[in-house]
Structure formats: structure tokens, C-alpha cells
Design a protein around this ligand. Structure first.
Ligand SMILES: [Zn+2]
Length: 277
């Protein structure tokens, strides 16, 4: 899709972004902040990227950074600092709609203001099968030692296998579905089907919005657990993953929704009936 050649420095290939970057001497390593579980790209701008072209470059730059991470076997890219989150929701929406058109894919309908922008972007990519799962990397000509799921060590690692089909993932889903008090027959067979299932549930708009927050968080945490296993050899237990999903979603709702009466003791049991409209 992009026309940048491989061997030119980033500043030449992403000139429009370079113009608005504050630190023009930064190397890729300078921009990376290694957190415990992920790398975030801390690029300071004199102003946020805002033209179509800058957004396309931003997307291209992230792809390149992602490639570096994949090939050195460390971690995937994160998202730039959270302070911009409000801006990013709008920016990401624009970016996604633009890409949806150029890539002739369905428009993304699962916008949710209680979900951080980077998670929306991630789940959109899951929905169209564009996360760097091994099968997808192979399709793009990236050579890896193997193309097997590092969790079960049996199946080929596809997006759907990782997020919806691997035994460990299914077990996390079943526990999350049980926690949300949804029927065990809930459709968890793919990202899109799972979110569509939530849309079709009978219940209030607010309750469904919470269900979808949790579903998107589940996809994100399954991917995080996968990366920990793949790149650090750490097997995160299903208990841990479920706890992380509960904690993250609680924090998102506390900071992003108007559900101020939400308390952890009740969230732990998904006892939200009287605080949700
Ligand atoms: Zn597997």
C-alpha cells in the first residue's frame, strides 16, 4: 500500500510526521518506552497529526515500528501517550474509515467511548484479520521459525485461533461469559460475531455497552497474553487474564463512563443491575 522504500531513514519516509515531531534527533530506541508488558511509542508532536496524509503516514510508521518489534522478537507496538486518547478516538475513527474504504472491508460499527482508542483500533484489526498473527505474517512474506500457536503448540496461529479458538482462549471466554451472567451458548466464534451477539442481546443500551467493553478487553488481553508467551516465554494463567480483564474494564468505566457508583466489590461479581439503566 505504501510507496516508501525499505532502506531510507524514517525521517525521509515519514517526512510529514518528521516535520511535526518535537525531537528531531530521536532514534527508534529513544522513542520506545518499554513497559512491563508492552512497548509504547512516545513521540512528542508540536501538534497532533491531523491531515489525511499525516494519518496515513502515522499508520505506515506504526506498521514499520511493528515490523521491527516482530523481527527482533521483543514486543508489538503500543499506542502513543494516553493523554491524547480523546483526540485519538476521533483520529482513529477517521483512519479506520479511510482504510476500510481503500481495503474494501466492512465499515467498523463497534465504536464505544468507554473503550480506549488503542483497544478499538486493535479489535478493528482483529475483526479484519490484520493483527500480526503468524499466519498473517507468513502471508506477507515474513519468515519465522514456526507458524504454530505457542500456547497449544498444535494449531497454526491464525487470528481466530488466537482470539477465539485456542483452548486457553475459549476457557477465558467461558469464564468471562459466566462472570457477565450471559448464557453459556454465547457466540464467541469470532471477533465480529461476538460483538454482533452482544448487539443482539435483549437489554438496555448501557448494559450492552458494558458487555461490549468487556468483550473488547478480553480480545486485547488474549493478545497480550499471547505476546508474553511468544516473546518472553511467560505463560499467563487464565486466572490472571480474567483478573486483568476485570481490573482494566473497571478502571476504564470509572474514568470514561458516568457510572460513578460503580464499586469494585460489586464489579467483581458483575452485580451492576441497579447502577445501570
Ligand atoms: Zn493454540
Amino acid at each position: 500500500m505504501d510507496s516508501w522504500t525499505e532502506d531510507r531513514p524514517f525521517k525521509d519516509r515519514f517526512l510529514e510526521l518528521f516535520k511535526i515531531a518535537r525531537n528531531k534527533h530521536a532514534t527508534v530506541a529513544d522513542l520506545a518506552i518499554k513497559l512491563q508488558e508492552e512497548v509504547q511509542w512516545n513521540i512528542e508532536w508540536s501538534r497532533p497529526p491531523n491531515t489525511d496524509f499525516e494519518w496515513l503516514q502515522w499508520s505506515g510508521l506504526l506498521k514499520e515500528l511493528n515490523k521491527i518489534k516482530s523481527l527482533t522478537g521483543k514486543d508489538r507496538w503500543g499506542w502513543v501517550n494516553e493523554k491524547w486518547d480523546e483526540f485519538l478516538v476521533a483520529g482513529v475513527k477517521e483512519l479506520i474509515n479511510k482504510q476500510s474504504v481503500t481495503e474494501q472491508e466492512d465499515r467498523w460499527i463497534h465504536w464505544n467511548s468507554w473503550v480506549p482508542a488503542k483497544i478499538i483500533y486493535f479489535t478493528w484489526r482483529v475483526g479484519i484479520g490484520r493483527i500480526p498473527a503468524k499466519k498473517e505474517l507468513r502471508r506477507r512474506g515474513v519468515l519465522l521459525d514456526n507458524y504454530i500457536c505457542s500456547r497449544c503448540r498444535i494449531m497454526e496461529e491464525t487470528t481466530e485461533h488466537l482470539i477465539n479458538e485456542c483452548m486457553g482462549a475459549v476457557s477465558v471466554w467461558k469464564r468471562i461469559i459466566g462472570w457477565m451472567k450471559l448464557p453459556a451458548t454465547a457466540d464467541i466464534s469470532s471477533c465480529k460475531k461476538t460483538l454482533a451477539y452482544a448487539d443482539d442481546l435483549k437489554g438496555s443500551v448501557e448494559w450492552k455497552k458494558i458487555i461490549k467493553v468487556i468483550m473488547q478487553a478480553t480480545m486485547w488481553h488474549l493478545w497480550k497474553a499471547r505476546n508474553e508467551k511468544e516473546f518472553s516465554g511467560i505463560t499467563r494463567s487464565e486466572d490472571n487474564t480474567v483478573d486483568d480483564i476485570k481490573t482494566d474494564t473497571f478502571l476504564w468505566l470509572k474514568s470514561r463512563s458516568k457510572l460513578k457508583d460503580l464499586v469494585w466489590e460489586r464489579w467483581e461479581d458483575f452485580n451492576i443491575r441497579d447502577i445501570v439503566k
